[in-house]
Write a protein that binds this ligand. Structure first.
Ligand code: SF4
Ligand code: SF4
Length: 375
């Protein structure tokens, strides 16, 4: 016999099933980048310049995004400065009334180009660093002189008075320098530091034995962040989350599938998250074929895992379902072949122990050579 759901739960499910208003859009302007980071979140098969959206189409997408309620656009890549029309794109985004965040490696910018972006109203910069000294950073990024260039760019950002976030992707080969990474962020005048543990999809998955930290490193990392957060209150905000394989419950990946943000690839495909194309059972629509708002509201890929009704057990009967939305769909698909399965990062997944054991084993491998990201 079916037991009727309580009214409050019915209301919650109905609210979660409705199409929400997205807050942010990640505009991957290009996959071109001078660096070759072995953990790059771009797909293994990257989009070439000839297939990139043109200036006019991108600006139209910014206006469509703003009209559907998006507030922030992250101008990202690859390296967004690889696009010669970056200044026009920035102006287009600003004219659409979007808050603009440039996500950059710094390489490819010049003092004059950056001053022009500042003049056009750039709101925020997120600068990536691969290490805290030239030798380490340039080896990890696969680009000689990259570190020195980043220091120069940080100086221009400070002089223009534009808020700066440092993004530091951490792994076995730089996690022991976390305290120095925090000190460097303060020295560069950053207001926020994202200490991002590598996400093991795509390029990072290929390089997992060279990147996976040891348990001891991760534990020390958590302690360093806790101490620094206390010491640097009011100076630097530090974002830090425990890596998936060491947590008992998953994170609400992307704040829940198709709930708060969307991603547009260099060729115009619209994705619920940057890794979504790894789910090969889904098809993704293109802004060249359908208005953005329709893709967000009615697109099959967006509706597939929105809300909680699609869930299987254990998520379907779990009281955390509206907190973490069952974790990461890409990770569930990678481990089970079923994107609706429970994320193996969850301790209720039958694969959780296997995932943790594999990560611990990868962390103990003594292999430091990278397979660099190449187009
Ligand atoms: S992660 Fe590295 S290679 Fe990938 S886009 Fe960023 S700077 Fe370029
Ligand atoms: S069972 Fe599903 S909803 Fe519950 S904590 Fe795990 S992933 Fe989250």
């Amino acid at each position: 016999m079916n037991v009727p759901l309580k009214n409050a739960e019915q209301d919650m499910r109905a609210a979660l099933a409705r199409t929400p208003v997205p807050m942010a859009m990640l505009a991957e302007l290009t996959h071109r980048c001078p660096l070759k980071c072995p953990y790059c979140s771009n797909p293994l098969e990257m989009i070439r310049k000839s297939r990139e959206l043109d200036t006019e189409t991108w600006i139209d997408v910014f206006h469509q995004a703003a009209a559907m309620g998006v507030l922030h656009v992250h101008l990202s890549g690859g390296e967004p400065a690889s696009r010669r029309d970056l200044p026009e794109l920035l102006t287009g985004a600003r004219e659409a009334d979007l808050y603009t965040n440039l996500i950059t490696s710094g390489v490819g910018l010049t003092a004059a180009k950056f001053a022009d972006l500042a003049e056009r109203g750039l709101d925020h910069v997120q600068l990536s660093i691969q290490g805290v000294d030239g030798g380490t950073a340039d080896r990890i990024g696969g680009y000689k002189g990259g570190f020195e260039k980043k220091m120069e760019v940080a100086d221009w950002i400070a002089k223009e008075g534009i808020p700066l976030t440092i993004n530091a992707v951490m792994h076995r080969q730089n996690l022991d320098r976390l305290a120095d990474t925090i000190d460097l962020s303060v020295k560069l005048g950053a207001r926020r530091l994202e200490v991002a543990h590598t996400q093991y999809h795509g390029w990072a998955y290929k390089n997992r034995t060279a990147l996976m930290p040891t348990m001891g490193q991760v534990k020390r990392g958590g302690e360093i962040v806790a101490e620094a957060r206390e010491r640097l209150k009011g100076t630097l905000v530090i974002d830090y989350v425990t890596p998936d394989h060491l947590a008992d419950f998953p994170k609400p990946c992307m704040g829940g599938w198709a709930r708060v943000g969307l991603n547009v690839t260099p060729e115009g495909k619209v994705l619920p998250c940057h890794a979504a194309e790894t789910i090969t059972t889904l098809e993704f629509e293109n802004v060249k074929d359908r208005p953005l708002t329709e893709i967000w509201d009615k697109g099959d890929a967006f509706r597939a895992y929105r809300g909680v009704d699609w869930m299987q057990d254990p998520c379907q009967s779990c009281d955390r379902q509206a907190k973490d939305f069952g974790g990461c769909r890409c990770q569930a698909f990678a481990w089970t072949g079923d994107a609706a399965a429970v994320d193996p990062a969850c301790s209720k997944s039958p694969l959780h122990g296997e995932m943790r054991a594999a990560a611990i084993a990868d962390g103990e491998v003594q292999a430091d050579e990278f397979e660099y990201r190449l187009m």
